[in-house]
Design a protein. Structure first.
Length: 69
């Protein structure tokens, strides 16, 4: 029973802070979309780099660049 009351209290708090007014609801959606886009982009880049390790220029350029001495 305590977990149900805690979940209801948390849900009520989140609703009152973020979703009660249209302006805060809109701001919550925009900020959430920006954070999701950033995280998704970085995750996709990391996955691409992992799947193509050893085939990308940044991984093999040391084999072809000449040192300046």
């Amino acid at each position: 029973m305590r977990t149900t009351a805690a979940k209801m209290a948390l849900g009520s708090t989140v609703y009152n802070l973020l979703f009660r007014r249209t302006s805060t609801f809109t701001l919550t959606i925009v900020v959430g979309a920006l954070f999701f886009e950033r995280a998704f982009d970085q995750g996709a880049d990391a996955l691409y780099d992992h799947l193509n390790k050893g085939r990308l220029w940044k991984h093999i350029k040391h084999n072809y660049e000449q040192s300046e001495e």
